[in-house]
Design a protein around this ligand. Structure first.
Ligand code: UD1
Length: 339
């Protein structure tokens, strides 16, 4: 299939591009490179020995979207592009709503104009807010989001639902990610956050490589067995493969569908520190700090629906995540900014 990836030079997009190319699909990427690098595209091509069509365009302003869809005979779009830093979204809500929502609307308008009907959207488990039950299944209500980033994801989900009601031939898979981590096993592509990482795994990797002194564990007084928060960490390559399964599903089950993509197993912050240490035979210095505002104690999925309907489940372990994250970091201590 000919597939367009918006934000395809980003962390999850680049891993998905590699898996798609390996499966024989053609990949076109649109990315404004605001939080990524053209080197990612070169690495994707090197890893797969295949060519990628790349456009440095901003979805908010580009006038070329329909032409790109037409020219490459695009059959499905995976929409990764968007802003994703929770803290920044609190201080810059208008930027988050404008970029995340308007770029999605522009994309959908161009898809409709070009006759492209299948869209996979990068959503997030964050749309469940403080979930009313655990594990989280797709019937768990999407309730008030706690920050503008999360709210923008929930709003886009709603917009896409309304669009699919109005235009039943427009098919959408909403993929609600749990906590992605790890990197491609080659260590050639991985997560390259700008500035101080917000997320746990890249922070631990940067401590391991000596860029940061120590990890601060945000609270050890939660109602969990060891007092630290529990999350469902999913290897980015497993997550990438979930997108391929979703694209295939849209062909046989049109309409709008939502799937949680996670492992179904929760790990605490201390579990992750220990797993990283033992997978890589090193020590991660850490201290216990205050809780981070907005964190919920526990979050993990019930992966049954994705397994039943997408025939997809995760294969990689926390150890794989930790080993591959460290391999990427060691080989690219400064991410993509070094040769
Ligand atoms: C966060 C976002 C979520 C977003 C996701 C993207 C918040 C409240 N949630 O999820 O909306 O979709 O990233 O990947 O920001 N931790 C530490 N020390 C650190 C960093 C994290 O102890 O330096 C802890 C956190 O308290 C949390 C766990 O590690 O318990 C995971 O944190 P993180 O990687 O930021 O993911 P989420 O908070 O689950």
């Amino acid at each position: 299939m000919n597939i367009l990836l918006t934000g395809g030079a980003g962390y999850i997009g680049s891993h998905t591009a590699v898996e798609l190319l390996k499966e024989g699909h053609s990949v076109t990427i649109i990315d404004n490179l605001s939080n990524s690098s053209f080197k990612v595209v070169e690495r994707i091509e090197k890893l797969t020995n295949k060519r990628v069509s790349f456009y440095k365009e901003d979805l908010l302003y580009t006038t070329r979207l329909k032409d790109v869809l037409d020219e490459h005979k695009i059959e499905a779009v995976i929409h990764f592009a968007g802003l994703k830093a929770v803290g920044e979204s609190v201080s810059e809500p208008l930027t988050y709503y404008k970029i995340n929502i308007l770029s999605t609307i522009n994309l959908c308008e161009s898809m409709i104009a070009s006759g492209v009907r299948d869209l996979v959207f990068s959503s997030s488990a964050t749309v469940y807010g403080e979930p009313i039950r655990m594990p989280i299944d797709e019937e768990t209500p999407v309730i008030d989001a706690t920050n503008p980033y999360a709210q923008s994801k929930a709003m886009i989900e709603k917009i896409l639902q309304d669009l699919s009601t109005a235009q039943p031939e427009f098919n959408v898979a909403l993929l609600r990610y749990f906590n992605p981590g790890g990197a491609h096993v080659s260590g050639d592509i991985g997560e390259d956050p700008t500035g101080i990482p917000n997320n746990l795994l890249p922070f631990i990797s940067q401590v391991a490589v000596g860029m940061r002194d120590k990890l601060v564990v945000f609270g050890d007084d939660y109602p969990t067995p060891d007092g630290t928060c529990i999350r469902d960490y999913i290897h980015v390559v497993d997550l990438a493969k979930g997108h391929i399964a979703a694209i295939e599903k849209l062909k046989e089950k049109p309409g709008l569908v939502a799937y949680n993509l996670g492992t179904g197993t929760g790990s605490s912050v201390l579990d992750i520190i220990r797993a990283f240490e033992s997978a890589n035979s090193l020590t991660i210095p850490f201290v216990i700090g205050a809780r981070r505002p907005g964190d919920i104690p526990v979050s993990y999925t019930n992966p049954a629906l994705a397994k039943a309907e997408l025939n997809w489940q995760t294969k990689k372990s926390i150890e794989d995540i930790c080993r591959d994250a460290w391999n990427w970091q060691k080989r690219n201590p400064k991410g993509y900014s070094e040769p």
